[in-house]
Ligand binder design. Structure first.
Ligand SMILES: [Zn+2]
Length: 504
């Protein structure tokens, strides 16, 4: 790698590292930067605030951005000023979200409807609102939009188009809607802006100043006001209406299952498995060539044993096309074997190989005792005789101690640090462990997909079959070869390595 590329890589690594560093460690948790801010808003954009901005989204969709923005500006100006003109109003703020409108004084509501329907095309654009049974101020909306008719069912598609535009809270359309919500409040004089400059940025949006700076500022302020500003009644009622809206969408429309990606095996499975299988004989040959004694040789037995065991795992992972769940589990097991093997070599302590071996025998004794004394229903996969023979292998079972916990009195992560292979731990142990433990993300990844109906808020639905798309075949081969490298270091020379046979 050239020096320039190395520096670029280091820069990238530094950037990545800073993302983890920006988390704050509290006990065993890493707290994300956003959650370190006190009094963070818990009203979600998609769940609670987006439904309130549907009228603005529908206008953007139906009239085009320029015309819609001008209507938002008109509403912002007139509603804001009208709010300011009357003292001791019942409503605290001129909120123009679909729920917020229902909390406004009558004169403000009437002004809103008058302004929005001055544009003739607004009727068609806003027509999908008639679909919503729980619509606040339904009577007022229906004066302009008419009653819901049977043929209006097709309007769910327009509603879905609008919502898909707004699901991303930072999209241009979402930001426009969030500005539409904010602008009457700004004009009402109920908010203290930093200075004249900020006032102009809001009032003249999106034509004044650098929008890369203005847009985030609008979103941040909308989040505060849309959240209710400690107005508990507004907060809870708005949540109820939003919840009802999403329930209706689910009830009235069907899920949309995305087409599963086509999955094909990207290597010649049969030829690869046959070729990797031949390494068993090569390993056996090398074992015989380097064997001088017949007494117990913990290091030798373990070193070759790791390789044969890794070969078995690799073959099974490959035979499952590298794509099945078991291929990921094979990767995790290979990573553990590699780290353990490298750790034993790195420490250079001959006695440690005995500890490793004796721990295993102790586990066999413990299992044997449990089969004998504890378990009434014997599991089919263990043969008691076999376990007894394993436990008795080196010394009589009666003299075998049983160690509890990790065999090396440490954990695999620390072992990988000591052995200088933390990269393998990070790349091949941590994530496959999620699959081994059945953690949520693994479960979600394999069995669920996201419904593509925007009216369903990107919820999860079961796939027609498990997701078998990511191939682990290259990683299986890589780890297996790394284990063979270790054997070559301690019992040279073993140069044979595994490889994938291409599909031709
Ligand atoms: Zn759905």
């Amino acid at each position: 790698m050239s020096q320039k590329r190395t520096r670029q890589q280091q820069k990238r690594n530094k950037k990545r590292k800073s993302k983890i560093d920006s988390h704050k460690k509290v006990g065993s948790k890493l707290i994300s930067p956003f959650n370190q801010i006190p009094n963070t808003s818990y009203m979600s954009w998609v769940n609670d605030r987006l439904p309130c901005m549907l009228w603005a989204g529908l206008l953007l969709n139906g009239l085009g951005r320029d015309r819609a923005i001008e209507i938002f500006r008109e509403i912002g100006f007139h509603i804001g000023n009208l709010f300011r003109e009357v003292e001791n109003r019942e409503c605290e703020l001129p909120r123009v979200g679909i729920y917020g409108l229902s909390t406004l004084d009558d004169d403000l509501q009437d002004k809103f409807f008058e302004l929005i329907f001055e544009e003739k095309k607004s009727v068609d654009a806003l027509k999908p609102l008639v679909l919503i049974e729980s619509l606040p101020l339904a009577n007022k909306w229906r004066v302009y939009l008419g009653e819901r008719l049977e043929e209006d069912k097709g309007l769910w598609t327009s509603l879905a188009d609008t919502i898909s535009m707004l699901l991303d809270h930072q999209s241009q359309e979402s930001t426009d809607c969030r500005w539409a919500y904010l602008i009457p409040i700004i004009n009402s004089g109920k908010v203290h802006l930093q200075n004249e400059q900020q006032f102009k940025e809001y009032i003249q949006y999106p034509h004044y100043e650098d929008q890369r700076k203005v847009r985030p500022s609008i979103r941040a302020m909308e989040m505060q006001f849309g959240d209710g500003m400690m107005d508990y009644e507004y907060f809870s009622e708005k949540k109820v209406w939003a919840g009802n809206f999403w329930k209706e969408c689910k009830r009235e429309t069907s899920c949309f299952m995305p087409k599963p990606e086509l999955s094909c095996i990207e290597f010649d499975l049969i030829k690869t498995v046959s070729s990797v299988k031949t390494i068993w004989n090569d390993l056996s040959g090398h074992f015989a060539e380097t064997d001088e004694f017949t007494h117990v040789q913990a290091k030798r037995d373990a070193s070759f044993g790791f390789c044969f065991y890794a070969l078995t795992l690799t073959l099974e992972g490959l035979a499952s096309s590298g794509k099945l769940l078991t291929a990921k589990l094979a990767l995790r097991m290979l990573a553990e074997i590699y780290i353990t093997f490298k750790y034993l070599i790195s420490l250079g302590d001959e006695k440690l190989w005995d500890v490793y071996r004796s721990y295993g025998s102790g586990q066999a004794k413990l299992t044997f005792l449990k089969l004998d004394e504890v378990l009434e229903d014997q599991p089919g996969y263990i043969k008691k005789k076999n376990i007894e023979a394993l436990a008795n292998e080196d010394i009589y079972l009666d003299f075998q101690n049983i160690d509890l916990g990790n065999w090396a009195k440490t954990d695999l992560r620390k072992m990988s640090q000591v052995a200088g292979c933390k990269d393998i731990y990070d790349a091949y142990y941590s994530w496959p462990s999620s699959y081994a433990h059945g953690q949520w993300c693994a479960v979600k990844d394999v069995v669920y997909t996201t419904c593509h109906n925007p009216l369903h808020r990107l919820h999860r639905i079961p796939r027609p079959s498990p997701r078998y798309e990511d191939g682990a075949e290259k990683d299986l081969i890589l780890l297996f070869n790394k284990i063979l490298d270790l054997l070559n270091d301690v019992y040279p020379s073993f140069e044979i390595r595994a490889g994938l046979v291409d599909n031709t």
